[in-house]
Design a protein around this ligand. Structure first.
Ligand SMILES: Nc1ncnc2c1ncn2[C@@H]1O[C@H](COP(=O)(O)OP(=O)(O)OP(=O)(O)O)[C@@H](O)[C@H]1O
Ligand SMILES: [Mg+2]
Length: 244
Protein backbone atom coordinates (compact mmCIF):
# COMPACT_ATOMS: atom_id res chain seq x y z
CA UNK A 1 0.00 0.00 0.00
CA UNK A 2 1.24 3.47 -0.90
CA UNK A 3 1.31 5.71 2.16
CA UNK A 4 2.39 8.80 0.20
CA UNK A 5 1.98 9.52 -3.48
CA UNK A 6 2.66 12.63 -5.47
CA UNK A 7 0.81 13.46 -8.63
CA UNK A 8 2.49 15.89 -11.04
CA UNK A 9 4.02 17.74 -8.10
CA UNK A 10 5.64 21.05 -9.01
CA UNK A 11 7.89 23.54 -7.20
CA UNK A 12 9.61 26.39 -8.97
CA UNK A 13 12.11 28.96 -7.74
CA UNK A 14 12.49 31.95 -10.08
CA UNK A 15 12.45 29.90 -13.24
CA UNK A 16 14.23 26.85 -11.74
CA UNK A 17 12.03 23.75 -11.83
CA UNK A 18 13.25 22.27 -8.56
CA UNK A 19 10.48 19.63 -8.60
CA UNK A 20 9.10 19.17 -12.07
CA UNK A 21 5.80 17.28 -12.52
CA UNK A 22 6.97 14.54 -10.21
CA UNK A 23 4.73 11.49 -9.71
CA UNK A 24 6.03 8.95 -7.20
CA UNK A 25 4.69 6.44 -4.69
CA UNK A 26 6.14 5.57 -1.30
CA UNK A 27 5.36 2.10 0.02
CA UNK A 28 4.18 1.83 3.64
CA UNK A 29 6.59 0.16 6.05
CA UNK A 30 9.58 0.36 3.71
CA UNK A 31 12.78 2.37 3.64
CA UNK A 32 12.74 4.29 0.37
CA UNK A 33 15.97 5.95 -0.70
CA UNK A 34 15.99 9.19 -2.66
CA UNK A 35 19.19 9.78 -4.56
CA UNK A 36 20.33 12.08 -7.32
CA UNK A 37 23.06 14.62 -8.06
CA UNK A 38 23.37 17.93 -6.17
CA UNK A 39 20.51 20.27 -7.02
CA UNK A 40 18.26 17.52 -8.40
CA UNK A 41 15.38 18.49 -6.08
CA UNK A 42 15.63 15.98 -3.22
CA UNK A 43 15.47 18.49 -0.38
CA UNK A 44 12.75 20.44 -2.17
CA UNK A 45 10.69 17.26 -2.36
CA UNK A 46 11.17 16.64 1.38
CA UNK A 47 10.22 20.30 2.02
CA UNK A 48 6.98 19.80 0.06
CA UNK A 49 6.15 16.51 1.81
CA UNK A 50 6.69 18.11 5.22
CA UNK A 51 4.76 21.31 4.53
CA UNK A 52 7.85 23.51 4.78
CA UNK A 53 7.29 24.75 1.23
CA UNK A 54 4.04 25.48 -0.53
CA UNK A 55 3.15 23.37 -3.53
CA UNK A 56 3.05 25.24 -6.87
CA UNK A 57 1.17 22.54 -8.75
CA UNK A 58 -0.05 18.95 -8.55
CA UNK A 59 -0.91 17.19 -5.33
CA UNK A 60 0.23 14.95 -2.51
CA UNK A 61 -1.96 11.98 -1.64
CA UNK A 62 -1.72 10.45 1.84
CA UNK A 63 -3.00 6.93 2.63
CA UNK A 64 -4.43 6.70 -0.87
CA UNK A 65 -7.32 8.98 -0.02
CA UNK A 66 -6.39 12.36 1.36
CA UNK A 67 -5.56 14.63 -1.56
CA UNK A 68 -3.65 17.71 -0.60
CA UNK A 69 -2.69 20.65 -2.73
CA UNK A 70 -1.75 22.74 0.27
CA UNK A 71 -0.07 21.01 3.21
CA UNK A 72 -0.14 23.15 6.35
CA UNK A 73 2.33 22.58 9.19
CA UNK A 74 -0.32 21.37 11.68
CA UNK A 75 -1.64 18.87 9.11
CA UNK A 76 1.83 17.43 8.77
CA UNK A 77 1.90 16.28 12.40
CA UNK A 78 -1.71 15.15 12.12
CA UNK A 79 -0.74 12.82 9.29
CA UNK A 80 2.17 11.56 11.39
CA UNK A 81 4.96 13.00 9.28
CA UNK A 82 8.25 14.21 10.80
CA UNK A 83 11.56 15.16 9.26
CA UNK A 84 15.14 16.12 9.88
CA UNK A 85 16.91 18.95 8.07
CA UNK A 86 19.99 18.79 5.87
CA UNK A 87 21.23 21.80 7.86
CA UNK A 88 20.32 20.81 11.42
CA UNK A 89 17.80 23.08 13.14
CA UNK A 90 17.82 23.11 16.94
CA UNK A 91 16.76 25.43 19.73
CA UNK A 92 20.33 26.54 20.31
CA UNK A 93 19.94 28.17 23.71
CA UNK A 94 17.98 25.29 25.22
CA UNK A 95 19.40 22.18 26.79
CA UNK A 96 19.55 18.90 24.92
CA UNK A 97 16.70 17.58 27.09
CA UNK A 98 14.52 20.64 26.51
CA UNK A 99 14.99 20.33 22.75
CA UNK A 100 13.29 16.95 22.98
CA UNK A 101 10.62 17.97 25.51
CA UNK A 102 9.56 20.93 23.40
CA UNK A 103 9.11 18.75 20.34
CA UNK A 104 7.16 16.18 22.31
CA UNK A 105 4.84 18.42 24.24
CA UNK A 106 3.87 20.65 21.41
CA UNK A 107 5.29 22.20 18.30
CA UNK A 108 4.84 25.50 20.02
CA UNK A 109 7.89 26.51 22.07
CA UNK A 110 6.06 28.84 24.40
CA UNK A 111 3.14 26.50 24.98
CA UNK A 112 5.35 23.74 26.28
CA UNK A 113 7.42 26.11 28.41
CA UNK A 114 4.46 27.45 30.26
CA UNK A 115 2.41 24.29 30.52
CA UNK A 116 5.23 22.21 31.93
CA UNK A 117 6.07 18.68 30.91
CA UNK A 118 4.30 15.48 31.84
CA UNK A 119 6.29 12.68 33.46
CA UNK A 120 5.81 10.44 30.43
CA UNK A 121 7.49 13.06 28.26
CA UNK A 122 10.62 12.94 30.42
CA UNK A 123 10.63 9.17 30.17
CA UNK A 124 10.42 9.20 26.37
CA UNK A 125 12.99 12.00 26.15
CA UNK A 126 15.49 10.03 28.22
CA UNK A 127 14.78 6.90 26.20
CA UNK A 128 15.49 8.55 22.85
CA UNK A 129 18.56 10.38 24.19
CA UNK A 130 19.92 7.05 25.45
CA UNK A 131 19.25 5.51 22.06
CA UNK A 132 21.39 8.09 20.25
CA UNK A 133 24.05 8.12 23.00
CA UNK A 134 23.37 11.67 24.23
CA UNK A 135 21.83 10.98 27.63
CA UNK A 136 24.89 12.08 29.59
CA UNK A 137 24.80 15.38 27.69
CA UNK A 138 21.17 16.09 28.48
CA UNK A 139 21.87 19.26 30.49
CA UNK A 140 24.23 20.84 27.97
CA UNK A 141 23.04 23.65 25.73
CA UNK A 142 22.42 22.54 22.15
CA UNK A 143 24.76 25.28 20.92
CA UNK A 144 27.71 23.60 22.68
CA UNK A 145 27.34 20.23 20.90
CA UNK A 146 29.66 18.96 18.19
CA UNK A 147 28.44 18.70 14.60
CA UNK A 148 27.78 14.96 14.94
CA UNK A 149 26.02 15.31 18.29
CA UNK A 150 23.75 17.94 16.76
CA UNK A 151 22.72 15.53 14.03
CA UNK A 152 22.06 12.84 16.63
CA UNK A 153 19.96 15.24 18.70
CA UNK A 154 17.84 16.03 15.68
CA UNK A 155 17.26 12.32 15.12
CA UNK A 156 16.35 11.87 18.81
CA UNK A 157 13.87 14.68 18.45
CA UNK A 158 12.00 13.08 15.57
CA UNK A 159 12.01 9.73 17.35
CA UNK A 160 10.36 11.33 20.37
CA UNK A 161 7.53 12.55 18.17
CA UNK A 162 6.44 8.98 17.49
CA UNK A 163 5.35 9.42 13.91
CA UNK A 164 4.29 7.12 11.10
CA UNK A 165 6.46 8.60 8.38
CA UNK A 166 10.05 9.74 8.89
CA UNK A 167 11.79 11.93 6.33
CA UNK A 168 15.58 12.00 6.78
CA UNK A 169 17.53 14.49 4.67
CA UNK A 170 21.17 13.32 4.60
CA UNK A 171 21.31 12.20 8.24
CA UNK A 172 24.72 10.55 7.79
CA UNK A 173 26.54 13.42 6.08
CA UNK A 174 29.86 14.27 7.71
CA UNK A 175 29.55 11.77 10.57
CA UNK A 176 32.14 9.40 12.03
CA UNK A 177 31.53 5.65 11.54
CA UNK A 178 30.30 5.03 15.09
CA UNK A 179 27.63 7.74 14.75
CA UNK A 180 26.66 6.39 11.32
CA UNK A 181 26.20 2.98 12.91
CA UNK A 182 23.80 4.41 15.52
CA UNK A 183 21.67 6.13 12.88
CA UNK A 184 21.70 3.11 10.61
CA UNK A 185 20.42 0.85 13.39
CA UNK A 186 17.75 3.41 14.34
CA UNK A 187 16.48 3.43 10.76
CA UNK A 188 16.42 -0.37 10.69
CA UNK A 189 14.52 -0.42 13.97
CA UNK A 190 11.92 1.97 12.54
CA UNK A 191 11.39 -0.47 9.70
CA UNK A 192 10.95 -3.35 12.16
CA UNK A 193 8.25 -1.25 13.84
CA UNK A 194 6.53 -0.99 10.44
CA UNK A 195 7.21 2.74 10.13
CA UNK A 196 7.78 4.33 6.75
CA UNK A 197 11.16 5.95 6.12
CA UNK A 198 12.26 8.20 3.29
CA UNK A 199 16.02 8.56 3.24
CA UNK A 200 17.87 11.15 1.15
CA UNK A 201 21.48 10.01 0.96
CA UNK A 202 24.56 10.38 -1.23
CA UNK A 203 26.46 7.38 0.18
CA UNK A 204 25.51 4.51 -2.11
CA UNK A 205 26.94 1.94 0.31
CA UNK A 206 24.38 3.03 2.91
CA UNK A 207 21.63 3.17 0.29
CA UNK A 208 22.34 -0.43 -0.75
CA UNK A 209 22.51 -1.53 2.88
CA UNK A 210 19.29 0.11 4.05
CA UNK A 211 16.88 0.59 1.16
CA UNK A 212 14.77 -1.95 -0.64
CA UNK A 213 13.51 0.65 -3.11
CA UNK A 214 15.11 3.81 -4.44
CA UNK A 215 13.97 6.76 -6.50
CA UNK A 216 16.57 8.56 -8.57
CA UNK A 217 15.90 12.25 -9.19
CA UNK A 218 17.48 14.42 -11.84
CA UNK A 219 16.53 18.04 -12.55
CA UNK A 220 13.37 17.70 -10.48
CA UNK A 221 12.16 14.64 -12.38
CA UNK A 222 12.10 10.92 -11.65
CA UNK A 223 14.95 9.39 -13.65
CA UNK A 224 14.70 5.77 -12.47
CA UNK A 225 13.32 3.62 -9.67
CA UNK A 226 13.59 0.08 -8.38
CA UNK A 227 15.88 -1.93 -6.13
CA UNK A 228 19.30 -0.31 -5.56
CA UNK A 229 21.22 -3.20 -7.10
CA UNK A 230 19.65 -2.82 -10.52
CA UNK A 231 18.98 0.94 -10.55
CA UNK A 232 22.40 2.23 -9.50
CA UNK A 233 24.15 0.43 -12.36
CA UNK A 234 21.92 1.96 -15.05
CA UNK A 235 23.73 4.04 -17.61
CA UNK A 236 21.38 7.06 -17.34
CA UNK A 237 21.84 7.12 -13.55
CA UNK A 238 25.63 7.03 -13.80
CA UNK A 239 25.52 9.75 -16.47
CA UNK A 240 23.31 11.96 -14.31
CA UNK A 241 25.87 11.71 -11.50
CA UNK A 242 28.77 12.44 -13.80
CA UNK A 243 26.89 15.49 -15.12
CA UNK A 244 26.01 15.56 -18.78
N1 LIG B 1 14.98 28.55 -1.59
C1 LIG B 1 15.43 28.44 -2.85
N2 LIG B 1 15.49 29.50 -3.68
C2 LIG B 1 15.92 29.39 -4.95
N3 LIG B 1 16.33 28.23 -5.50
C3 LIG B 1 16.30 27.13 -4.73
C4 LIG B 1 15.84 27.17 -3.37
N4 LIG B 1 15.91 25.91 -2.86
C5 LIG B 1 16.39 25.13 -3.83
N5 LIG B 1 16.63 25.86 -4.96
C6 LIG B 1 17.09 25.32 -6.25
O1 LIG B 1 16.29 24.21 -6.57
C7 LIG B 1 17.07 23.15 -7.12
C8 LIG B 1 16.91 21.91 -6.26
O2 LIG B 1 17.54 22.12 -5.00
P1 LIG B 1 17.52 21.05 -3.81
O3 LIG B 1 18.12 21.71 -2.63
O4 LIG B 1 16.15 20.50 -3.68
O5 LIG B 1 18.49 19.91 -4.38
P2 LIG B 1 19.08 18.63 -3.66
O6 LIG B 1 18.84 17.49 -4.58
O7 LIG B 1 18.61 18.53 -2.28
O8 LIG B 1 20.67 18.93 -3.67
P3 LIG B 1 21.82 18.47 -2.62
O9 LIG B 1 22.15 17.04 -2.96
O10 LIG B 1 22.95 19.39 -2.95
O11 LIG B 1 21.30 18.65 -1.24
C9 LIG B 1 18.50 23.67 -7.19
O12 LIG B 1 18.68 24.21 -8.49
C10 LIG B 1 18.52 24.77 -6.15
O13 LIG B 1 19.47 25.74 -6.48
MG1 LIG C 1 19.51 18.53 -0.41
Amino acid sequence: MKIIETNNLIKRFDGVHAVDRLSIGIEKGQITGIVGPNGSGKTTLIDLLSGVLEIDGGEIIIDGTKKISRLLPHQVSLYGITRTFQNVRLFEQMTVLDNILVAETERNVFGSFFEGHAQCHYKTAEEVLRKVGLLENKNRLAVSLSYGQRKLLEIARVLAMKSRIYLFDEPFAGLFPEMRKIISSIIQELKRENKTVILVEHDMGLIRELCEHILVMDEGKLLAQGDPGSVLGKREVIEAYLGR
